[in-house]
Design a protein around this ligand. Sequence first.
Ligand code: FES
Length: 103
Amino acid sequence: MAKWVRLCGVAEAPAAGQATEANAGGTWLCLANVNGELAALDNLCPHRQGPLGQGWVENGRVVCPWHSWAFDAKTGMAEYPVGQQVQVFPLKIEGEDVLVEME
Ligand code: FES
């Protein structure tokens, strides 16, 4: 059953245009700030498991630092190669905490 898990404090969230790695109950996720809006995605790139949270944000996409595959922060879909996708987790802010919904 899905439940909301604390990812980090609002003050620890990345600034606009940046991404970071954050841990939600033992699972590392990529937390990205796209134009002031936070998004939580799988941290492992489907190409060769590069750490997306160590990448950057460009045109609404999280770019993998290893070979630059880029994933839409809202859908998780890659522009190239077509068909590649990472999971995007529902996210909300409650008080001072950033929460994600995990299975
Ligand atoms: S590991 Fe992410 S693009 Fe290669």
